[in-house]
Design a protein around this ligand. Sequence first.
Ligand code: FE2
Length: 474
Amino acid sequence: MTVIPDAADAFASVTNPWLQGAFAPVFDERDDHDLEVTGHLPGGLRGSFLRNGPNALFPPLGGYHLFDGDGMIHGLTFDGDGGASYANRWIRSAGLEAEIAAGGALFGGLTDFRLPPDDVFATVGPMKNTANTHVVRHAGRILALMEAAPPTELTADLATVGEHRFGGALQGPMTAHPKVDPRTGEMVFFGTSPFPPHLRIHGASADGTLTWTTEVDLPGSVMMHDFVITETRVVVFDLPAVLDVDAMLTGGTGIYWAPERGARIGVLERGAPGSTIRWIEVDPFWVFHFMNAFDDGDAIEVVGCRSTQLNTSFDGSEVDADVRPMLYRWRIDPVAGTFTEHQLDDRPTDFPRINDQRAGRTNRYGYSGHSTGWADDEPPFDGVIKHDFSSGTTATHLYGPDTVCGEAVFTPDPAGAERADGGDEDRGWLLNFVHDLSTDRSSVVVLDAATLEEAARVHLPRRVPFGFHGSFLA
Ligand SMILES: [Fe+2]
């Protein structure tokens, strides 16, 4: 175990809410084996559950937003024989290495952007690639992602290899929410930039070669966090969360809600030039995360977590409770130029996931976070909602009293060959990092995805901070 000396003491006087309580960073890199398990770990669950999230090593220079922290991967490895081990590592970005050499923070963040010293700017650039948002595996590479930068490749032991630009072919950043077509293995993704072209869409073949890049005209720079694919198309939502670099560079708020700018949904055939995208104007709303989408003739059905407006602030101000996201379905017909939407559930939710074998196709089931009391400065989730879109029903599992959790990640049971009717789509498990506030300890809880009953709980030696997204690597 490696512990960063004096790191905790350096945060003693820091009062930023994103660095307190369940969000507070941890300062050790651990390897713990033979962990205590309650219940029985399924034999088919063999592999590593990796989850990414922010974990600042140094106190911020000034303002700090949850999205600013240095990426840290928490990994739980199941040996398939009832045992489990845990390891966690910071992502050693060039920016973080420069800060370690300097002994303190050198970069600003979303709420308080600052350029680093000239010598660091010359070698690292204007910002730190924290790689703190998601971690995926494609073509055998483990990639840690954040949307303002290229991916960062990691080894299976969670050591940082460095930025991965697909052999130099990738221009600009890559979203933290790529989509992998389960049939072809193609990874489709986009990248946004504050400078033109503001949007590029890419495809990487199953062997990891970047085979397709096209530029898409946007009226200006926006924060675009997620998108969806179908078997034939890419759907992007150009929503008015403006990304204003001039404001950031002059000390202002760099991301803000500007509904007067309007909103549009763009539909592009996969592999086609960006100039052929069809846009449909819609009334503004906000989505961080989509669940899935599929083709239905000319039309596309999309499900995602919709807020009336951007539901987080980047200037330290409060956000009204009535902009909590809820699950919606949109039907978009780019040929007829029509768009309809309807609400699927009246409870606030986010972090939607599916059985990724259904990505871009009809899915019967989806899973998303349950929130009993959504507040701006606390982890929102304490359970998982299972949505059955065939019957129109839901089921809910709460992880326990005084408990917060992250995103429930579905992993299929390898013994469950999928039936054509989708009947086995939920044969597998939901994995989640769960934090007991009363003991300040975390565990990884394994739910049977079919019943939502707890199959097993792996007890971790300490708290794991609230984080973002992750993947199960079989
Ligand atoms: Fe996300």
